[in-house]
Design a protein around this ligand. Structure first.
Ligand code: OFO
Length: 161
């Protein structure tokens, strides 16, 4: 059984993961609206990943006989001036999520909650990947600059995710 404090913290993280999903769904919709099929697809997949993150936390709570409490999801932006802005926000957001995961790790360590610490290791690794992937895409975008043909290929490439 996990502590009430840990239960509340994981429930807050479920909300953060769902907010992330909502953010990426909004980016997917905006990209579709701008005619960027590949970018839209990439963010739609990212939405799926965030929902997996949320469900994984929910399953963990249930395995510990703890209650999942779904809280309201705060509003997200719905429009971005360009794809660079989307990925800049993605990186900033993932850095913030990483800090939330680290705070959960700190809490688990403080409580000597080894089961939760162990479960959280998956998220620690996942965050490394999320930040690295988003940074790689932003680096590619910066290389592309104003090259329309390269941007066309970039959009196609993201569509293969
Ligand atoms: Fe759940 O990793 Fe992104 O936010």
């Amino acid at each position: 059984m996990i502590s009430a404090k840990m239960q509340a913290a994981i429930n807050a993280q479920i909300n953060a993961e769902m907010w992330s999903a909502y953010l990426y769904l909004a980016m997917s919709n905006d990209a579709a609206h701008k005619g960027l099929k590949g970018v839209s697809h990439w963010f739609r997949k990212q939405y799926d990943e965030e929902m997996v993150h949320a469900f994984k936390f929910a399953s963990y709570l249930q395995s510990q006989m703890a209650k999942v409490e779904l809280k309201p999801i705060a509003k997200v932006d719905t429009e971005w001036s360009n794809v660079v802005k989307m990925f800049e926000q993605t990186i900033a957001h993932e850095k913030k999520v990483t800090s939330l995961i680290v705070a959960l790790c700190d809490q688990a360590a403080k409580e000597k909650d080894y089961a939760t610490s162990n479960m959280l290791q998956w998220y620690v690794n996942e965050q490394i990947e999320e930040e690295e992937t988003a940074q790689g895409i932003l680096d590619a975008l910066n290389m592309i600059g104003d090259d329309k043909a390269a941007f066309y290929m970039f959009d196609k490439e993201l569509g293969t995710r």
